[in-house]
Design a binder for this molecule. Structure first.
Ligand code: ADP
Length: 482
């Protein structure tokens, strides 16, 4: 069992309180005991980060490259062990846990290379004898707040660019999955960063998160989580003095359009993967399947057939395709939406039942609703579980309109063999990421990630676009006096 501590100001520290980390595949299995920091711990971490910033921000790009490379290499070398820990605490399958771990390592390697590629611009001035330079500088102390559904990849895609561009970090992982965050932090610390550059402060959002938001020495906050929390965080970041730069990644209600001319197997693969893998607990999940009349019945019956063969079981067991829901409260939310859908008049076509397995866990069979009107709550609100809706539409135009008829705009997909519809959908979808003949979930690590409307706020994450958030632009003028 892991007995974890926070890492603050260059040392491991106990907190006054602790909380148990429970395996959702087997609630009798305690992964470890994890600290619950208080506001004083946050203050100490921020003071240490502030003190470390002048020296850290002036390290060479080679030094920062070497730190990040070391971290990325170790994460990848230990992918099986870290992936197992991730699956044990979060409930995604071992293959998904290992895949996510490799991705986290790749993100560190990407940004280690990014350190060496940082560049500015030099321009002529409109005035004689004057040069203009545009450079990017680090922001200072950055607070990183992450959710439970990607316990290592999301921390990686915030920590790696923050450090690469010369910032110091105070990292607050989600309460439900501190094990992966702790393991990643051990690797980061072992790479030999100077004291104060990286701080791990585990604890409650309402305590640790709030203290970070309100602290004058935190320059920026990057958050991934729910819409309600994101909205509150943005409001606080503007309200405090000095105002903080803020980046939010929040929910999704991602449409996956299936047209009459789609390859049925491709469409079913995309829908099953997008809607139910990772137990549907992805902000990019394909939760709204929008299907044209000519293929609707064939699609629903092929999808139902596939769903019968899906193995829902212990995340660590060989052959499991879908692990448990993350905890009781998320399971209650999923079941509540399944009831709401039935009350609203949608047809629960398959699944949505609690399952018993060898060990006590939060097992739910993937649920498919049909005859869903896009105004129903199950089509509008993010459920964040293995629950998908199917809405029948007349043609492509109606499908596009319904796909865009949502408060969210993270990812959107279309399955079609028509270049005409695929191209039109790419241009007219109101989402940050568009997929053709691919699931809405599952993105590359070297290109921007983010959405529109209620899904995201602020600059994109990942790839070289991450520099937009993690740096501030300086414009310098020089007169040569000649
Ligand atoms: P989820 O449903 O994914 O738990 P939340 O938005 O509640 O979504 O949580 C995402 C992250 O935000 C977690 O790390 C959580 O601790 C943190 N958090 C929750 N409330 C606050 C808050 N008031 N201030 C700052 N962070 C918070």
């Amino acid at each position: 069992m892991i007995q974890a501590q926070n890492f603050i100001a260059g040392e491991w520290r106990k907190a006054a309180k602790e909380v148990a980390n429970i395996n959702p595949s087997n609630t009798a299995d305690v992964v470890g005991q994890f600290p619950q920091a208080d506001a004083a711990d946050v203050d100490t971490a921020i003071a240490a980060a502030k003190a470390a910033f002048p020296a850290w921000s002036h390290t060479t790009v080679q030094q920062r490259h070497d730190f990040l490379k070391k971290i990325g290499d170790e994460v990848i070398a230990r992918k099986d062990e870290l992936g197992r820990l991730l699956s044990r605490e979060e409930g995604k399958t071992l293959a998904e846990g290992i895949g996510e771990t490799v991705r986290a390592g790749q993100i560190f390697l990407f940004f280690s290379g990014g350190c060496l590629r940082q560049a500015g611009e030099k321009l002529g001035s409109v005035r004689p004898g004057v040069d203009v330079e545009i450079t990017r500088e680090p922001l200072g102390v950055i607070g990183l707040i992450t959710p439970w559904n990607f316990p290592i990849a999301i921390p990686a895609w915030k920590i790696a660019p923050a450090l690469a561009y010369g910032n110091c970090v105070v990292f607050k992982p989600a309460e439900l999955v501190p094990g992966s965050a702790h393991a990643l932090s051990e690797i980061i610390i072992r790479a030999g960063l100077p004291a104060g550059v990286f701080n791990l402060v585990m604890g409650k959002g309402s305590v640790v998160g709030e203290a970070m938001l309100r602290h004058k020495d935190v320059t920026a906050i990057s958050f991934t989580g729910s819409v309600a929390t994101g909205r509150r965080i943005a409001a606080t970041c503007i309200e405090v003095d000095p105002m903080k730069k803020v980046q939010l990644e929040m929910g999704g209600k991602n449409p996956m359009v299936v047209l009459d001319d789609a390859d049925l197997k491709v469409a079913v693969d995309c829908a099953v993967n997008g809607a139910f893998f990772s137990t549907g607990q992805r902000c990019t999940a394909s939760s709204r399947l929008i299907v044209t009349e000519g293929i609707h019945d064939r699609f629903v019956s092929a999808m139902t057939e596939r769903m019968k063969s899906l193995v829902v079981d212990d995340a660590l067991k060989d052959g499991t395709q879908i692990g448990p829901v993350v905890d009781q409260s998320q399971l209650d939310q999923d079941l509540n939406y399944i009831r709401i859908g039935q009350q609203e008049g949608a047809k629960l076509h398959a699944g949505g039942e609690l399952l018993n397995r060898q060990t006590p866990g939060f097992y739910l069979s993937p649920a498919l609703f049909t005859e869903v009107d896009n105004n129903m709550r199950i089509a509008r609100e993010e459920i964040f579980g293995p629950v998908a809706t199917v809405s029948r539409v007349k043609d492509y135009a109606a499908a596009l309109a319904m796909a865009n008829d949502t408060q969210f705009g993270l990812s959107a997909g279309i399955c079609t063999s028509s270049l005409k519809y695929a191209s039109h959908f790419k241009r007219n979808s109101e989402a940050g990421m568009v997929m053709v003949n691919l699931p809405t979930a599952g993105v590359d690590y070297h290109v921007p990630f983010g959405g529109r409307k209620g899904s995201s706020y602020g600059p994109r994450e990942q790839g070289r676009y991450a520099a937009e958030f993690y740096t501030v632009v300086k414009t310098a003028y020089t007169f040569d006096g000649y």
